[in-house]
Design a protein around this ligand. Structure first.
Ligand code: NAI
Ligand code: MG
Length: 346
């Protein structure tokens, strides 16, 4: 049995996480879901977005499924729960999958998640403020290995590496590490300078399979690339550490539609698929079911339909493929008992 921590969060975070668990339960019985409270409500009671003892419990789990929380930006001392978790669980790699569900293609965006300009190291005086853009050998190697490993696993021959090494020392250092590891793995590196690459990412996104970048560039590029998925509601993501990984749809708590039952559950459901893959279970079954459902089923309003969340969940579940082994046995039996005689009678 695997133990998966669940933090549903606020607004549609609750609705889509319930949806994801329902689909995952239909695929496997090997997961125990353990719920934890987190977010702004917890902060109001305890002064932290998640309780210390809960955090310690979560660290012992195999993975985390996260919905979305509301992060008010006018409350002093409140730090967003997802940022807290990324730091506390040492989640160094962020993978966002931009799917084109109708044409069966994806862009994998790998963003370094703990260093660069967001490492939190700064110096500020009355006269100036400096944020240090830290890139360490260890950090660069880990994220490069992650992106290259992903490319290998999916049979891609190259990755796109986006940087500004013509200007930035840190990216020059990062680049050397990426190129040397890629050579060792036999994977080609398609190098792009970040500013001009934005135009390419708008115009011809699908020729890039795996895009690797440091923290700030990756943050901006992954949001930009999201426009190619038709709705923010269908995009899943994973945050990976060495001990544990956390999966969440990229959207927020969507207060404008919360409670109406019309949130698109696909981003959360696919995050569940990524979680199953991470545990070595059958995430692909969910991907296939989602793809076949969207081609014929009624969709939620963000995708132009008038379906409710629950309709999409039921639709996806009805598209889940039966385990191929059971299928074969069933089929063989049927042929033996019913079909074969009639075939031979002709
Ligand atoms: P949002 O992603 O919640 O919503 C943006 C727009 O997209 C809204 O019109 C919403 O209705 C729509 N949308 C989002 N997800 C959808 C789905 N699954 N199905 C259908 N439509 C969907 O971003 P917004 O409005 O900027 O933020 C709302 C709250 O969420 C804020 O408090 C923000 O801090 C928080 N947030 C939390 C995140 C997280 O927990 N990881 C990420 C982004 C925002
Ligand atoms: Mg962002």
């Amino acid at each position: 049995m695997y133990r998966v921590a669940v933090i549903k969060g606020d607004g549609i975070g609750v609705e889509v996480t319930n949806a994801a668990m329902e689909v995952m339960r239909a695929v496997t019985d090997k997961i125990d879901f353990v719920e934890f409270e987190g977010g702004f409500e917890v902060f109001k009671k305890f002064g932290v977005p998640i309780r210390e003892e809960d955090l310690e419990e979560i660290k012992k789990m195999d993975a985390v499924l996260f919905g979305a929380t509301s992060t008010p930006f006018n409350v002093p001392n409140y730090k967003s729960l997802i940022l807290t978790l990324r730091k506390e669980l040492n989640l160094y790699a962020n993978l966002r999958i931009i799917p084109d569900l109708w044409r069966d293609r994806e862009i994998y965006i790998v963003r370094e998640n703990s260093e660069g300009l967001y490492s939190g190291v700064y110096r500020a005086t009355n006269e100036r403020a400096i944020d240090f853009r830290i890139i360490t050998r260890g950090g660069a190697e880990k994220i490069a290995r992650f992106a290259l490993g992903l490319a290998k696993e999916r049979n891609f021959k190259e990755i796109t590496f986006v940087h500004k090494a013509n200007v930035l020392r840190g990216d020059r250092f990062f680049r050397k590490i990426v190129l040397s590891l890629a050579e060792r793995e036999g994977i080609k590196v398609n190098e792009k300078i970040v500013d001009s690459f934005t135009i390419e990412l708008v115009r011809k996104p699908w020729q890039h399979k795996v895009i690797l970048s440091e923290n700030l560039f990756g943050d901006i590029l992954s949001d930009l690339a999201s426009i190619h998925a038709k709705s923010i509601g269908v995009i899943p993501s994973g945050n990976y550490g060495e001990e544990i990984a956390l999966f969440e749809p990229i959207h927020g708590s969507a207060p404008d539609i919360a409670g109406k039952g019309i949130a698109n559950p696909i981003g959360a459901v696919l995050s569940g698929a990524m979680l199953l893959d991470y545990l070595g279970l059958d995430g692909w079954v969910i991907w296939n079911a989602v793809k076949s459902y969207v081609k014929k089923g009624n969709l939620t309003p963000d995708l132009g339909g008038n379906a409710m969340t629950v309709d999409v969940v039921n639709g996806i579940i009805s598209e889940l493929e039966i385990d191929p082994i059971e299928w074969d046995e069933l089929w063989v039996d049927e042929i033996r008992i019913n079909t074969l005689p009639t075939l031979f009678m002709k």
